[in-house]
Design a protein around this ligand. Sequence first.
Ligand SMILES: NC(=O)c1ccc[n+]([C@@H]2O[C@H](COP(=O)([O-])OP(=O)(O)OC[C@H]3O[C@@H](n4cnc5c(N)ncnc54)[C@H](OP(=O)(O)O)[C@@H]3O)[C@@H](O)[C@H]2O)c1
Length: 299
Amino acid sequence: MSTTATTHHQLTIRSTVTLTNGVEMPLFGLGCYEVPVDDVKNVLISALDCGYISIDTASVYKNEEAIGIVLRELFSTGALKREDLFITTKASSSEQGYDKAMEACANSLKRLGLDYVDLYLVHWPGVAGNQPTDPLNSTTRAETWRAFETLYEQKKCRSIGVSNYTIAHLEELFKQCKVRPMVNQVEFHPFLYNKELMDFCQSNGVALEAYASLVRTKQDSLQDKVLVEIATKLQKTPAQVLLRWAIQKNVIVIPKSVKTERIQENANIFGFVVPDEDMTTLDNLNCNRRVCWDPYTIL
Ligand SMILES: NC(=O)c1ccc[n+]([C@@H]2O[C@H](COP(=O)([O-])OP(=O)(O)OC[C@H]3O[C@@H](n4cnc5c(N)ncnc54)[C@H](OP(=O)(O)O)[C@@H]3O)[C@@H](O)[C@H]2O)c1
């Protein structure tokens, strides 16, 4: 796994991470959690205008259909070609198991109006309706993965991966699978800097993708004194420094915003470098601040 650019200075909005199957996944994309259906068109147009080429959604975000409508419009006018975009969606915890995952992918493709997605993720290691410690989580997600392997073979997904998997979940999957996951999408930012998981993924050919890179702006994270000092020195915003910190670690980012000016701000991270000493200072902000769900509870 490597970026197409050789040094941090050369990273662009089109830089990619080469997945183990050779698919080029953009290092930068747009998150679509809590993008209301009515905002989807403006958000996508703003993002595409700024050069975003990757879109992250999920069946549970309930906006696949709205995204599909915009994409179809853009494809039909010739403004964009399908192969210009990298589209990710996910099978939810209630879509786990072989048959359900097969059906879930078909439903997502139908809603998106696509023949294939670029990346299909198991959204969560747990299965809806089961207690976190229920052994059925483990057996059912193994069945889900079998479906993902079939979908990959059938070319419904150009690549397949997981989300919210811990090292233990990944080690279990490595023992069972024919095709290893190409991506693991997890909560990842300086306040939750899980270096062990990053190193494990990156040394096992699993690209690490960060979500909540902006800590969802929770707990005054964007006002953190150390972060603000570094941002001020670099003449960037705290949000830009957080995103840049991740991509300099070869970690994929997908910031979400419904506001055009923030969509632009978040994309404007390719003309500067966070120096090594500031990278280390940011690494040291780690305090296990988790703002989304905790997968370590799931056996
Ligand atoms: N796999 C999973 O379990 C999982 C979990 C969570 C998220 N995700 C994915 O990852 C994406 C990103 O994560 P996220 O949406 O949870 O959190 P995030 O990107 O860390 O933060 C989004 C929040 O930050 C605000 N924001 C965006 N840009 C900003 C800026 N430049 N300055 C100040 N505030 C800014 C947004 O508000 P406005 O919209 O009002 O600008 C929104 O409230 C999601 O959209 C989703 O695609 C996946």
